[in-house]
Design a protein around this ligand. Structure first.
Ligand code: ADP
Ligand code: MG
Length: 430
């Protein structure tokens, strides 16, 4: 695995086990408890780079273990202290990621005497302020809430000497550039900057140029990448109702679909789908999106993670970066209009060394998105024939109607021969 390294660090450090990473006993014991056998390539390379004290940029695909790539060296260097204000700041784009990152720290710091916690918007700022005020070593935060806490004077960040900007591409996609820059400007001049991302866009580069000093760049060019372990399939379906019918059929007939993450583009669709399918499978389905109260969302995530609920319906934003063990299937109930969203969605399955399946439901209007995704991946997605006994609905929802009527979509013939008709179109577009 180390042969794929592309910078000088690899030649210098041929490391393949956690022991050889120069971790200490508390960390090795924690990793032993977690059960990881070998560090991933980004972990191998980020460790000595971060330990060197220089600014570091780590680029590796989703699901390659970037969180531990920065947590291991940070915890390795962190000494016990009674200082009140945080020394390490980790910024992530969403509340869910704050919670998840804090949970990862908890596992890795199990045998260390450390204070850590997370802050995020949408919950009582006083309570969160209180947690911080009691003294903290590592703070995980979304940029907005962080600024609020600094502005109210509860939190001081002049003591931070290491800052991590995680999932930075997402952070910029979600429009946090301004807040991010605000935070960076509030930090002390002397500090180590660490940044992790799945992609290195022009936006990200700009941020690096403005705030990083002679960074070491680690880029893992993946072979046998997580995406290759994911089987990708599309079904061409005429409308919402038929998509629901197919999902229902899967839930009834497919025992291999153990843990299903269903993605939809917006809250409204998430709720509509939850109501429609939830009635048919009471107790099996749960949902998260940004309008749900924080507790509801945390509970939904817990129930899905533990297997109590077989299906979690999530919007792109609520599902960002979320990491669940053993998701057997990702179902894209709608087709993302941005290829990057597709990659992020399907990256929720096939994590670490597991296999997974990603199924995408595509209606006629979404055909062009499928084409864009295929171009982006330089790979065609297999079109699966519809099951014979699938009920094809001729009812269109209000949202579907205007566009579809324009295209004479309801004509009998189109629906009956949908497979062929769609297929021709894909080929033509390609
Ligand atoms: P990324 O941030 O690159 O998308 P994460 O840090 O969320 O990836 O890690 C993805 C999954 O891989 C998590 O479930 C994590 O616990 C697991 N993981 C991390 N490091 C290892 C490792 N060395 N061996 C096996 N699994 C790992
Ligand atoms: Mg990550």
């Amino acid at each position: 695995m180390v042969n794929e390294c592309i910078n000088y660090l690899c030649k210098k450090y041929i490391i393949v086990t956690f022991e050889e990473l120069n971790l200490n006993t508390p960390l090795l014991n924690a990793i032993d408890d977690i059960g990881f056998i070998q560090p991933t390539p980004i972990q191998v390379q980020a460790f000595p780079a971060i330990m060197s004290g220089k600014d570091v940029i780590g680029i590796a695909q989703t699901g390659t273990g970037k969180t531990f790539a920065y947590l291991m060296p940070i915890l390795r260097q962190l000494k016990y202290s009674e200082k009140k204000h945080p020394r390490i700041l980790i910024m992530v784009p969403t509340r869910e990621l704050v919670i998840q990152t804090v949970a990862e720290i908890e596992k890795l710091a199990k045998y260390m005497d450390l204070r850590f916690g997370g802050v995020y918007g949408g919950t009582n700022i006083k309570t969160q302020g209180q947690n911080v005020y009691n003294g903290i070593d590592i703070l995980v935060a979304t940029p907005g809430r962080l600024i609020d806490l600094v502005m109210t004077g509860v939190l001081r960040i002049k003591t931070v000497y290491q800052v991590v900007i995680d999932e930075v591409d997402e952070m910029l996609n979600l429009g946090f550039r301004h807040q991010l820059i605000n935070v960076l400007e509030l930090l002390p001049q002397r500090r180590q900057n660490l940044m992790f991302s799945a992609t290195l866009s022009a936006d990200v580069e700009e941020l690096i140029n403005d705030f990083f000093y002679e960074p070491l760049k680690i880029e893992i060019v993946e072979r046998g990448s997580p995406l290759e372990k994911i089987e990708q399939i599309v079904y061409h379906l005429p409308n919402f109702n038929t998509k629901v019918n197919l999902l229902e059929l899967f839930l009834k007939e497919r025992d291999d679909m153990q843990k299903i993450l269903v993605f939809v583009g917006n809250k409204k669709l998430a709720d509509r789908l939850h109501v429609t399918i939830g009635m048919r499978f009471p107790g099996d389905i749960t949902v998260i999106h940004s309008n749900k109260a924080q507790n509801t969302r945390i509970n939904a995530i817990k129930r899905f993670e533990s297997g109590e609920n077989r299906v979690l319906i999530a919007t792109d934003i609520a599902g960002r970066g979320l990491d669940f063990a053993n998701v057997s299937h990702v179902i894209n109930f709608d087709t993302p209009n941005v290829p990057g969203d597709y990659i992020h969605r399907i990256g929720r399955t096939g994590r670490a060394d597991k296999e997974g399946t990603a199924i995408t439901f595509v209606n006629e209007a979404e055909m062009e998105y499928q084409t864009a995704i295929e171009k982006f991946m330089r790979k065609e997605i297999k079109v699966e024939a519809l099951p014979e006994h699938l009920k094809i609905s001729e009812l269109f929802t209000e949202d579907e109607k205007p566009v579809l009527f324009d295209k004479n979509y309801l004509k009998e013939a189109t629906i009956k021969h949908s497979q062929g008709a769609y297929h021709e179109k894909t080929e033509k577009n390609l």
